[in-house]
Design a protein around this ligand. Structure first.
Ligand code: GTP
Length: 341
């Protein structure tokens, strides 16, 4: 079976981190997030990475780490449906389509078995949420068949509390619904058509955890969950010198944390220097940054190669002092079903 991993989005909600790194390559516990999906796939699955933006980074990492995959680079972003159509030549039967920025406890074997048992043409994974008004939810029958999607309903009018969890199992005939070489959204353009045609379209609800790592807070949340899963209070990369205190945080390779510094709920990439007496909470610091002494940062995201001058107090801000990288979009063009208000 093939798995198409959607990995070509710009990840605008994670800018400035994604100005200098492809979203699937952003580290979660010092490992690219796309690797968590690959590790969870049943052995023998053929992996097709549908890439575009910064695809060479993914290709290089896979090569260096012996990860066997076809990197299918689109000539331009084709959307979540267009990217799957573009991978058609590699698909030969039932296949998976997976968002590269979703970390979850979904058991792929059970998911595929459910799809087969239902004789579905599409099965999508579903996750229950409390705040239905921020998402698209499904209208679903008791046997798991989906009747329609309802965008951001009020609590009273919501037909369920189940949202699209970003993993799909599909039959080859879905490819016939997608026009080639065009920007097509699987969720907005294709799923409604398949349901309208009366084809068996099912939902599979699972337990455990599910995180859309496409936003800063959920990226930090995913880090906390994975640390807990591994029984770790924090994670320190190779060749680091830590004199301060780390709490539920991860530190990349070659980092320094000065005396009396407190780093809480943070993700720090490689080659960063955090000075003495710094206090940081809910922050993400990209590679090669310097945070000078006595700085206070809360809910701050710092792009690559930035320096925060000593004694600065910054809250709720994205730090990026350089021009926008060429070709990077000014606004989100990704999957609207995953957008929140
Ligand atoms: P935002 O700009 O923050 O919305 O991020 P995004 O561009 O990654 O969009 P979104 O999170 O909605 O995308 C869901 C998944 O589809 C992610 O894994 C993306 O990498 C992927 N994706 C989105 N658009 C494309 C595309 O045009 N081509 C390919 N190959 N993948 C895409």
């Amino acid at each position: 079976m093939q798995a198409v991993i959607l990995a070509g989005g710009y990840g605008t909600r994670l800018a400035p981190l994604t100005y200098t790194k492809a979203k699937p390559m952003l580290p979660l516990l010092n490992k690219p997030m796309i690797c968590y999906i690959i590790d969870a796939l049943p052995s023998g699955t053929e992996i097709i990475v549908a890439s575009n933006y910064r695809n060479d980074e993914i290709e290089e990492y896979f090569e260096e780490n012996g990860i066997n995959a076809i990197i299918n680079n689109e000539p331009q972003p084709l959307g979540t449906g267009g990217a799957v159509k573009y991978a058609e030549k590699y698909i030969d039967g039932t296949f998976l389509v997976l968002n590269s920025d979703i970390i979850s406890s979904l058991n792929f074997r059970k998911f595929i078995q459910y799809h087969m048992k239902k004789e579905a043409i599409v099965t999508i994974s579903l996750w229950p949420v409390k705040n239905v008004e921020e998402f698209g939810v499904v209208d679903i029958l008791s046997d798991g068949r989906i009747r329609k999607f309802v965008e951001k309903p009020s609590k009273e009018q919501a037909p369920s509390n189940l949202i699209n969890a970003g993993a799909y199992c599909m039959e080859y005939e879905v490819l016939d619904y997608i026009s080639p070489n065009k920007f097509v959204s699987m969720e907005m353009d294709i799923f409604p058509k398949i349901i309208d045609d009366g084809k068996p379209f099912y939902g599979y609800t699972f337990n455990g955890y599910w995180i859309d790592v496409g936003r800063f807070l959920s990226y930090i949340e995913a880090t906390k969950i994975l640390l807990k899963e591994k029984g770790l209070k924090y994670l320190v990369g190779e060749n680091c010198k830590v004199s301060g205190v780390l709490k539920t945080s991860t530190l990349g390779n070659n980092c320094e944390v000065g005396k009396n510094a407190l780093v809480k709920n943070c993700i720090v990439y490689d080659n960063c220097k955090i000075g003495e007496n710094v206090e940081m909470e809910n922050c993400i610091i990209a590679e090669n940054c310097v945070i000078e002494e006595n700085v206070r940062l809360k809910d701050v995201v710092v792009g690559e190669e930035e320096r925060i001058e000593k004694n600065a107090i910054i809250e709720n801000k994205k730090i990026w002092s350089k021009p926008l990288p060429e070709g990077y979009p000014k606004k989100q063009i990704g999957n609207p079903l995953k957008r929140r208000k």
